[in-house]
Design a protein. Structure first.
Length: 654
């Protein structure tokens, strides 16, 4: 025993490679000994060296998993280890964890070979330990063992398959067997312990066990659903107001621990046949909703950020659960509260944005609430119906505040750029650009703020009123169909801004920002792709602007580098590429021929104004020919096979 203890200490110390190899040789010889099993038991019970105890546990685990070991022999080992775990309170935590894990692994290895009666007896013994008097070693060992056992039985990874020398089918069968008989009993005990407030030492492990049980029904990794289709047999234990209340009570009592919020989030996405009816489902969601609202409005002053974000994430999951019902019940309270929470966060963010400080943490929670908001409005998008007045009124209030905060943050990010260490390279580039454009306008902070705000408003306009259009047929968003007159004004406004920007560049390019021109072109393309057939009067204006942009930008921003782009001309051509790719295949013959004519003039304009001598100023070969690449891409889209069937007589005659 002394030799093994010294080898364990030497291996852990690892002073030299030779010493570690010598120690490893001793430990390997110990495992290969014919008396290794008995020696490991002796080492575990008599050694005072933690590393030696750990080595004894791992040796017992490896030996007991061998095929030659019978079920009865493993049961003897399990009994010994379990007795040692409950009777020895002086083991270091890492040894105790390895001991509990080994017991769980060996129980699983025997599980399919045990009779149903023996399985029930095993679980009954463990649950009795877990439900024994608090503050006793048996109670904590029982809870930890249930947690390790459920964790071991839940999944079948490659690592577990190799460690147990069993195929994946074995692990799957074990999971199914426990799910069929035994898992409900473990859940019943976990819920009982939670509702009766276990000891502080056991509390964390009880909640870990609950989370592990709920994760049993997680959707496959390739699924986008976050809902848990829980076994209906869990209803008497899980779908209880007392259980939900106990979880929130633990959250408010032990707020420094993130495990409680995890448990609440998991409980919040319980769905499926566990509920008798939609009303029953809504009632369960309502219990959680009320608890979340209380915490949201009464956060711990020293932990406001984390708790508010926790409740925002909980609200998103709650709305996801509700949206699966396709039931109007609870819709108005959800809309009202999500809007209220959003406005509270936005007002707080607006106040903080006006002060000198770090990042506005409220935006993290707000982004989650915006996802919840999209789920609330999704049913109306599917049915192509106008949203009810409650959603319209709430949306107007939220969007107005959202724009105020975003516009303020745009300016503040510009104010704080110089303070951010990670933005050093960007600051150097910006400084060089300002020396290139030595004018008062671009160096004026208020003028830059105007450009930044305008950039965001243009970006936001495109996102709201137009589809992303990539890889699909352009279509007018359902929410815009009833307000096309307003949309037309917005489209006209963006085109007007682009025309004014082109004129301003033509007169004094040093006063303008290519950053804004890029966004104007991108948003104008997005709008035009979506509304090409809806507003035909704007179509000619848009394509004409493309041609004018190519001429003006090429002439006045001749291959100057801005934001690592050699010039804005490639962007002009890229916008034309995007538009042609998205629309050409769906246009009538007349409109398609008009588009071909416009593209012909655009390409001609580019060729006339494109100078080879200007290109030599760029050292990067790839950037030097970026505009040519875009031109070839545009030509490729114009003659794409899915647009023109060259075998068709009609196409040939044209």
């Amino acid at each position: 025993m002394q030799a093994v203890e010294e080898a364990c200490l030497a291996f852990a110390a690892g002073r030299t490679t030779a010493e570690r190899q010598a120690a490893e040789s001793v430990l390997h010889h110990f495992k290969q000994s014919p008396q290794a099993h008995a020696d490991s038991i002796h080492l575990l019970t008599h050694s005072a060296v933690p590393m030696a105890q750990f080595h004894a546990v791992t040796t017992l685990c490896e030996l007991s998993l061998l095929e030659r070991v019978s079920v009865s022999q493993r049961k003897e080992t399990i009994g010994f280890l379990l007795h040692h775990a409950t009777s020895s309170s002086s083991m270091p935590s890492f040894v105790a964890s390895a001991l509990i894990s080994t017991i769980a692994i060996l129980i699983k290895r025997n599980w399919l070979q045990e009779s149903p009666t023996d399985r029930t007896a095993i679980l009954s013994h463990i649950t009795q330990l877990a439900s024994s008097s608090s503050n006793t070693p048996s109670n904590l060992v029982g809870i930890k063992l249930l947690l390790a056992f459920v964790t071991e039985m839940r999944g079948a990874s490659d690592k577990k398959t190799r460690a147990m020398f069993q195929p994946v089918a074995f692990h799957t069968s074990c999971r199914q067997a426990l799910e069929k008989d035994g898992l409900v009993q473990i859940l019943a005990l976990a819920v009982h312990l939670i509702t009766h407030q276990p000891s502080p030492q056991a509390l964390e492990h009880v909640y870990l066990l609950t989370v592990e049980l709920l994760q049993w029904f997680e959707a496959p990794s390739d699924s986008t659903s976050i809902l848990l289709a829980v076994d209906p047999r869990w209803k008497p234990y899980l779908v209880q107001a007392s259980f939900v209340q106990a979880i929130f009570q633990a959250y408010t009592t032990h707020r420094s621990h993130g495990l409680w919020s995890h448990t609440i989030r998991q409980s919040n996405v319980v769905a499926g046949s566990i509920f008798d009816s939609p009303d029953h489902h809504v009632a369960y969601i309502t219990w959680i909703f009320h608890g979340a609202l209380f915490i949201f409005h009464h956060p711990l002053p020293s932990n406001v950020e984390r708790e508010v974000i926790d409740m925002c994430q909980l609200t998103y999951r709650l709305v996801s659960n509700w949206s699966s019902l396709n039931d109007p019940a609870l819709a108005d309270p959800l809309v009202s509260e999500v809007a209220r929470l959003s406005c509270l966060l936005l007002q707080s963010a607006l106040q903080e944005a006006d002060e000198d400080g770090g990042e506005v943490w409220q935006m993290e929670g707000l982004d989650v609430l915006m996802d919840a908001w999209s789920l609330l409005t999704a049913p109306f998008a599917t049915a192509a119906l106008p949203p009810p007045p409650t959603i319209q009124a709430a949306s107007a209030q939220v969007v107005r505040l959202y724009l105020q905060v975003r516009l303020r943050l745009v300016c503040r990010s510009d104010d704080n750029d110089a303070e951010e260490d990670e933005d050093i390279e960007l600051n150097v580039e910006t400084a060089n650009e300002r020396r290139t454009h030595t004018t008062k306008s671009l160096d004026d902070e208020s003028f830059r703020h105007v450009l930044d705000k305008l950039h965001f408003v243009i970006l936001f306009t495109g996102i709201v009123i137009a589809d992303e259009y990539k890889g699909e047929k352009p279509a007018v968003p359902w929410s815009m169909e009833a307000t096309l007159s307003v949309v037309e004004q917005l489209v006209h406004g963006v085109l007007t801004l682009l025309a004014e920007e082109i004129q301003a560049v033509q007169v004094a390019p040093q006063r303008e920002s290519p950053y804004l021109s890029e966004q104007l072109l991108s948003t104008a393309t997005r709008l035009h792709v979506t509304y090409f057939d809806i507003f035909p009067s704007k179509s000619a204006d848009m394509v004409a602007l493309y041609c004018q942009s190519a001429t003006v930008y090429l002439t006045h921003w001749t291959l100057e580098t801005f934001q690592s782009v050699p010039s804005i001309v490639p962007l002009v051509l890229k916008c034309a590429c995007d538009f042609v790719e998205a629309n050409l295949a769906y246009l009538s013959l007349d409109k398609a021929m008009d588009l071909y004519g416009h593209c012909d003039r655009l390409i001609g304009t580019f060729c006339v104004t494109n100078s080879v001598t200007q290109r030599s100023a760029i050292s990067d070969d790839e950037l030097q020919f970026e505009d040519m690449f875009m031109l070839l891409t545009l030509l490729s889209h114009l003659v794409a096979k899915d647009v023109i069937d060259f075998a068709d007589d009609t196409a040939n005659s044209v």
